[in-house]
Design a protein around this ligand. Structure first.
Ligand code: 2P0
Length: 323
């Protein structure tokens, strides 16, 4: 693709996504190829907006939420490494101005929306007009989960079979499901202790339980994809919660152990299980952090809000298919 800017700046914006069947483990660290496929839902209104400008000389200038970062900050280093793929004589460096509407590194997947927005901004700056699936493949180099953030609604990231990774990208799963609802239960939004990249590598290397993960993950992926097509809420919720807990089991059985849960996380799980016992169909999923994401239906918002309010906990509801 041409690396000559055809406009003074490129714009990109992308949503965060939450995996319903998780990505945990790489078979290739350089190409960011996953050991298993995953399926996600994007959250409209939460994500990243990025402005990208060519710089004629010097280093990249990276501005996150209005603050310029030093070149030695991990976030800036990782971004510059990714941008190395896209430098040319016409454009040796970049100014990246990026604004997140989610707390960075809080288990709400800001790296996913970040790299997806950056790839969209590159596409705009260089005038490539590439299909979303190609942009998904490029975003994958920045962060695996970013491959899924090119799409609204549900997305499926294929594991792929090829060693060069050309068949490992995400695509949209066509479904319009207005009742489908996500509830955000924020336990803690501080920076996490173990990042996903390092965490999943330690799990692959030291966790005996992980041996059963790839097979389960691919099976869960199939079940959830089918449940999305059929809009079978019960099967989707049950499989997603089981998948998340199985992933966390492999994290806990890693050495040194990776435990993202806090006491409030477990308390929130118990509220979900109690709601189910009382007949409200609500499930949860969790990522590399202590927060819960509830998988539920729009009609149950009041019941869920009240149950958590009794424990002094607020829930923010998001309707991914709202008109
Ligand atoms: C997911 N996570 O499927 C899983 C569940 C966290 C737990 O994808 O190394 O930031 O950049 O490819 O994409 C977070 O991992 O890791 C993630 P890299 P990424 O959403």
């Amino acid at each position: 693709q041409p690396l000559t800017p055809n406009s003074p700046q490129g714009l990109g914006s992308a949503p965060v996504n939450i995996a319903l069947s998780k990505y945990w483990g790489k078979r290739d660290k350089v190409l960011n190829l996953p050991i298993n496929g995953s399926v996600s839902i994007s959250l409209p209104g939460l994500g990243t907006e990025t402005v990208l400008k060519p710089l004629q000389t010097g280093q990249d200038k990276i501005v996150l939420n209005g603050e310029q970062l030093g070149a030695d900050v991990t976030f800036a280093k990782r971004l510059s490494l990714f941008l190395d793929y896209f430098r040319s004589d016409a454009c040796p460096a970049f100014t990246v101005e990026t604004v997140n509407s989610v707390p960075t590194a809080a288990g709400l997947a800001s790296s996913a929306s970040g790299y997806a927005a950056l790839v969209l901004a590159l596409d705009d700056l260089f005038g490539w007009q590439l299909p979303k699936t190609d942009l998904s493949l490029l975003a994958r180099f920045g962060s695996g989960s970013a491959s899924r953030s090119l799409f609204d609604g549900f997305a499926l990231w294929h594991r792929g079979e090829q060693e060069d990774g050309m068949d490992s990208f995400a695509e949209a799963l066509d479904s319009h499901w207005p009742e489908f609802c996500i509830g955000l239960v924020k336990v803690d939004t501080k920076e996490k202790a173990v990042g996903s990249t390092v965490g999943m590598q330690q799990t692959v290397e030291t966790c005996d339980l992980y041996k059963s993960w790839p097979e389960q993950a691919e099976r869960n992926l199939q079940t959830i994809s089918q449940a999305i097509i059929e809009q079978n809420f019960g099967t989707l919720g049950k499989t997603a919660e089981h998948n998340a807990l199985s992933m966390h089991a492999t994290m806990i059985a890693t050495w040194p152990p990776i435990v993202y849960w806090q006491p409030e996380s477990v308390a929130a799980m118990q509220i979900v299980w109690q709601l189910r016992e009382q007949g409200t169909e609500v499930y949860f999923t969790m990522d590399a952090g202590p927060n819960l994401k509830l998988i539920m239906q729009a009609k149950d918002q009041d019941k869920v809000r009240n149950a958590f309010a009794e424990h002094g906990t607020q829930v923010d509801f998001i309707l991914p298919f709202a008109e």
